[in-house]
Design a protein around this ligand. Structure first.
Ligand code: NAD
Length: 453
């Protein structure tokens, strides 16, 4: 659905009027299109700072060079109108509160230089692996810093995210940096991401054609986020099998035929579906590499007025079916080494919503599920994560009453809704071999929504 305010704000004269009457003036987000590129930062101006000598800096610099960025030693030589596109900061060496001064020293002078649609990534250590409580506090302080910084630069369409990096997992930084420092992560903002050596990493972690030879199962693939995900995975080279209810077979086939995918009409809640899916991927492909549990529904009513079939249906589709499909796939040995499982949670599962006790329970349940499941198959290199979309411009949000829709759209750091492609991008990143360091995470794709923050 068209966001008229976003369109108006792109015209200088109208932008001034909107500012004068106190309305938000969102910046059009620069989104990367299509598959990952070898040098996605060609033409981008980057500045890499550090607090002392951390363990991430060498990898960060190598990644920036390899991705084609113009790496500045300092921002001092920048002209009046010159802006930074990429800023990184290695805070893995902070050992206590005093060391946090390095944040002020680095960021304060460059705040006016962080450009429109710029990307900031800060890297620090895992608080639970800190040498002492003072260091744990310093590591954790980076989260409040990053979230606040993201709120200050969000008006420019710029974003800031934080990596909690386990020492020893430095070799797993490249792909997360490539995702979070480019236009592929346009609507992912203010997020802490844990990068660890929990799951075994593959020997090859390509940065282009990342899913060549991979087989992906996507549920709810006929439309919306599921269809966008199927398209994005296919663009990286994956063979997609799309699942959707038999009533939507025509729409499913349309989506699949455009990407040489295979339509598999089935209701995920049917008792027979999990085994049928396991048998199919084993017979046709010898297994599956990526499973995206996207099928989901809402049946909103306050608890007092909620009929029991609304409760049962939402729980069955959004949570129970996911656990049963995973169990069947694992029992059959169908998930291959270095498999990637991604579940669709929601900020509704983090914040809760009036009328969504059923939906909120399922989407929150998935956060618990991936946190527990994230390490279970780690010896096979299988990662399990969730993405939690905020306000995404889909059929579902277009049907909302005007005032609720406008509030949902604007209550985030970027004053606009996300696109199904933004969610698909995050799912795609989590599906790549290079995302081996990310497991058990729930990452929001919400433009740093105030809901549940
Ligand atoms: P959508 O309604 O456009 O698409 C969902 C698809 O799932 C449909 O094609 C539907 O037929 C399919 N489906 C439903 N029940 C099924 C079943 N029993 N078996 C097989 N397929 C089934 O929804 P969307 O907006 O694209 O959302 C996709 C996922 O993202 C959902 O899990 C949703 O909860 C989550 N999400 C969406 C938003 C948003 O703003 N759109 C926000 C947060 C979370």
């Amino acid at each position: 659905m068209t966001d008229r305010l976003l369109n108006l704000a792109q015209q200088p004269a109208a932008r001034k009027i909107l500012q004068n009457i106190g309305l938000p003036t969102p910046v059009a987000l620069l989104r990367a299109k299509g598959a990952y590129q070898a040098e996605p930062l060609r033409g981008a101006r980057a500045l890499a700072g550090a607090a002392g000598k951390g363990f991430a800096q060498t990898r960060i610099t190598k990644m920036l060079d390899g991705a084609g960025a113009e790496c500045l030693k300092t921002a001092d030589g920048l002209g009046e109108d010159d802006k930074l596109d990429v800023v990184t900061f290695d805070a893995t060496a902070v050992a206590g509160a005093k060391d946090l001064r390095a944040l002020y020293d680095f960021f304060h002078p460059i705040m006016g230089k962080i450009g429109k649609n710029a990307r900031v990534v800060i890297v620090t250590g895992l608080p639970e692996a800190a040498k002492h409580s003072a260091q744990a506090a310093a590591y954790r302080a980076l989260e409040g810093f990053t979230r606040s910084l993201a709120k200050e630069i969000g008006k420019r369409g710029a974003r800031a995210n934080l990596f909690y990096l386990e020492k020893g997992a430095e070799s797993r930084l490249e792909m997360p940096l490539r995702f979070f420092l480019t236009g592929h992560s346009a609507y992912v903002d203010g997020q802490p991401v844990r990068i660890s050596s929990t799951a075994k990493a593959p020997t090859k972690m390509p940065s282009t054609a990342t899913l060549d030879g991979k087989v992906a199962l996507v549920t709810g693939a006929a439309r919306g986020i599921g269809a966008a995900t199927a398209q994005r995975l296919a663009a990286e080279g994956a063979q997609v099998i799309g699942v959707d209810i038999p009533q939507d077979e025509a729409a499913l086939n349309d989506t699949m035929s455009a990407i040489n995918g295979i339509g598999f009409p089935a209701d995920v809640t049917d008792d027979a579906t999990p085994k049928k899916l396991a048998d199919f991927v084993l017979e046709q492909f010898g297994g599956v590499d990526i499973v995206v549990h996207n099928a989901g529904v809402t049946r909103d009513k306050t608890l007092a007025k909620m009929p029991e079939h609304h409760w049962d249906m939402v729980l069955a589709i959004n949570l129970d079916a996911i656990v049963r499909i995973d169990e069947a796939l694992h029992a059959a040995g169908a998930v291959r080494e270095h498999g990637r499982i991604v579940c669709l949670s929601s900020i509704g599962g983090i914040a809760g919503n009036v009328g969504q006790t059923n939906y909120g329970a399922t989407k929150s349940g998935l956060i618990g599920y991936v946190a527990a499941e994230g390490g279970v198959h780690a010896d096979k290199g299988i990662t399990v994560n969730a993405v939690a979309p905020g306000f995404i411009e889909t059929r579902m949000t277009a049907a909302m009453p005007f005032t609720i829709r406008e509030a949902g759209r604007r209550m985030n750091s970027m004053s606009q809704g996300g696109q199904p492609e933004d969610v698909a991008e995050l799912i795609c990143f989590l599906s790549t071999p290079g995302a081996a360091g990310v497991t058990g995470n729930t990452i929001r794709v919400c433009g740093q929504s105030l809901v549940g923050a």
